[in-house]
Design a protein around this ligand. Sequence first.
Ligand code: ADP
Ligand code: TRP
Length: 325
Amino acid sequence: MRVLSGVKPTGTLHIGNYFGAIRQFVELQQKYDGFYFVADYHSLNSNPESSKLTSFTKDIIIDYMALGLDPDKSTIFLQSAVPEVLELAFLLSNVTNMGLLMRAHSFKDQQAKGNLPNVGLFYYPLLMAADILLYDSNYVPVGKDQKQHLEITRDIAIKFNELYDDDFFILPEPIILEEVALIPGTDGQKMSKSYGNTIEMFAPEKALKKQIMGIVTDSTPLEEPKDPETCNVVKLFKFFASTSEVDDMKAKYRAGNYGYGHAKLELFEAVKRYFDSARKKREDLAADPAKVAEILRRGSEKARAVAIPKIQRIKKKMGLVGNIY
Ligand code: ADP
Ligand code: TRP
């Protein structure tokens, strides 16, 4: 059974990406054949500066491994190293109704803002379907915001199967863990690279502290009791501390004479501790780009070894005869 997922290199990874997605990737690689990639083609629809796209891509590959993806267990690769995925997206576009893509949140959000997005953004769920179907993926671990894209993928696969062969594409299942489906950002909204509200696990210590000290709280004075149930700091602390440490913090909130600043410092220490060994591993990997490049090369080769025969079978199913003449 294969599990596949990807992350777009549109910024620096944050703890929402870790708990919502990457931690599941790491756990699932123990039981399944893991295919994990950096979705670099997908980033292009926001027209990033090319040097930024390159450096975010390299960073995410290193982050993946520092956080526990093991190249001996999983196939780690770049989306753009397997261009067959673009061919499949085109082939699938012919069995995809425009209405299906017009209902996608990514498109509707832009439309609601009065923007007419570029074709790349409109096409994005179709490319994501190709990412998933090219590799016969059974399971796709993602955060809640990706649920609709998985539904679109299944709809496209069903349509293809109806037209060409009932059992051709496997219908992929999302894996969405409710308890980590939506990690709040420093402003209380969903943590997201695009909202400037992130806590980045590998930020330098000073920057990490600044992000955590910037968590929005109310203005209850230090000496007064506070409600731990509605506080963002406590919500985040739960991911990094034991139940007794969380209970301890809650008791201090209720007792008063304990300020949000104190709680934030405890959270800061807990985050640092939690990612301490990953940070060391990250430093070692970053210092050895040749090793990282070799892992990527091997991963892309493995991914292509699956993709090439699959795309050939798909083309044949559709009646494209290739180079036989
Ligand atoms: P971002 O919103 O920061 O750009 P992406 O869209 O690149 O993040 O998401 C990468 C993965 O991380 C996806 O599976 C997504 O669902 C998950 N993810 C992102 N933000 C969060 C969050 N705040 N809580 C839970 N999961 C998240
Ligand atoms: N769309 C996903 C995101 O924004 C990234 C992604 C691209 C992906 N292709 C995928 C995730 C295939 C899972 C499977 O986070």
